[in-house]
Design a binder for this molecule. Structure first.
Ligand code: S3P
Length: 183
């Protein structure tokens, strides 16, 4: 990698973006490059609830899930600087977004529809994709959510191909953002 991740990060880096954008994969690689801990908000919600996200949606509904998600992300943003990957709806929730914008550095991993459809087709655990055609659902979510993800501090395109290239571009975006803030 031409950028080694060896620069000071003032706040936790929060990855946001749609399901299938690669937030967990790229987040782990960024954390490794920067020698920071990595944490996944969805995994933390599951740990705290003692069941899967699909089960939380089924038993209590989406509003309940969003409340848990907001609380868990608020808690994780009190921890020392790390890389935090969030579920696709986290940054869409007004309260969660306000916390992320205040306490973290947000990075939107933007991917086009074909990539999202391809990547989500391999898994069946996502409640929002269970009842319908992935392409139609994701296309609707792009229309709804992309203007909101665009409020993130940094945008990086998650294209087809090497995750190392996307990671490098994300680190470059982060480096530029941090540099501008300190100048
Ligand atoms: C959701 C995305 C999922 C998970 C939940 C809801 C969403 O996370 O939080 O199923 O609203 O887009 P991933 O983006 O990690 O799949």
């Amino acid at each position: 990698m031409s950028i080694n991740g060896n620069f000071p990060i003032p706040k936790t880096v929060v990855l946001v973006g749609l399901m299938g954008a690669g937030k967990t994969c790229i987040g782990k690689k960024m954390a490794q490059a920067m020698n920071l801990p990595f944490v996944d908000a969805d995994a933390e919600i599951e740990k705290a609830a003692g069941c899967s996200i699909a089960e939380i949606f089924e038993a209590h509904g989406e509003t309940y899930f969003r409340d848990r998600e907001r609380m868990v992300i608020q808690r994780l943003l009190e921890d020392p600087v790390q890389v935090l990957s969030t579920g696709g709806g986290a940054f869409i929730d007004e309260g969660t977004r306000a916390t992320i914008l205040d306490k973290g550095i947000s990075l939107w991993l933007r991917a086009d529809l074909d990539i999202l459809v391809e990547r989500t087709s391999r898994r069946t655990h996502r409640p929002l994709l269970r009842n319908g055609n992935h392409r139609e659902i994701l296309s609707g979510l792009i229309d709804e959510r992309y203007p909101i993800y665009a409020k993130a501090d940094i945008t990086t395109d998650s294209a087809e191909g090497s995750a190392d290239i996307t990671t490098e571009q994300a680190l470059q975006g982060l480096y530029d953002f941090c540099k501008n803030k300190t100048e």
